[in-house]
Design a protein around this ligand. Sequence first.
Ligand code: UDP
Length: 247
Amino acid sequence: MRTTVDILGVPVDNITMGEAVNIVEGFLNQDKVHCVFTPNAEIMMEAQRDAEFKQILCSGNLVVADGAGVVLASKILKPVLKERVAGFDLLCNLFERFSNKDVRFFFLGGKPGVAQEAYQKLLEKNININLVGARNGYFSESEEKEIIDEINSSKTDILLVALGAPKQEKWIYKNKDKLNVKVCIGVGGSFDGIAGRMKRAPKFFQEHGLEWLYRLYKDPRRFFRMMDLPKFMLLVVAKKMKLYNKD
Ligand code: UDP
């Protein structure tokens, strides 16, 4: 039985990082596609504007709190989430868990060459995952059948989809019944992070819930997207005061 916390209409699993890794491992023993989503405050706001996207997030088999903002929201709305389970960290933990194991990964998304570069970086760190295919995320709809055939014929267990939100969640949802995989995870810009093309915030920023500030400093074009953060907190407070009820 899942224990979830309702954050503005999206049920977020109330679990630790260790539990999340175990749950994904458990999915590998079941013969169906499981979808894993990792919403942060920006994604939660997008879900308020886009009902279809919200319904897709709600349909996830595992939905973890990627951002500090989501954990903070749970402190206001209650019950409090056990901890933040950042998508990037979840991915790194899964790579460690399945290093030298017979679990087949497919990397879909990112600019040409980035997925392969990320894989090389993992090998340099002695993380030996079984990568059975990689493909950049710049393709047309007419190429999708070929991509899905490639994923299916590679007998992928875990498909990582890095197309950015909400594109990746919508892609996963649209195609999940055609995919012969055990787990699909929307991983945003994680391949860029692993490949070293996008530096993660220093520990201080991560530990103080200020990763957003570091990302803004690195890429000021994110400013308008980031306005979603204060809007999200305002909506959470409004929800607490029963002034917002759009579930
Ligand atoms: N991307 C892609 N295809 C697209 C649009 C984006 O593969 O059509 C990739 C892009 O190269 C980047 C990732 O998706 O690696 C999105 O990163 P971003 O940081 O915007 O996503 P977030 O982690 O914030 O969801």
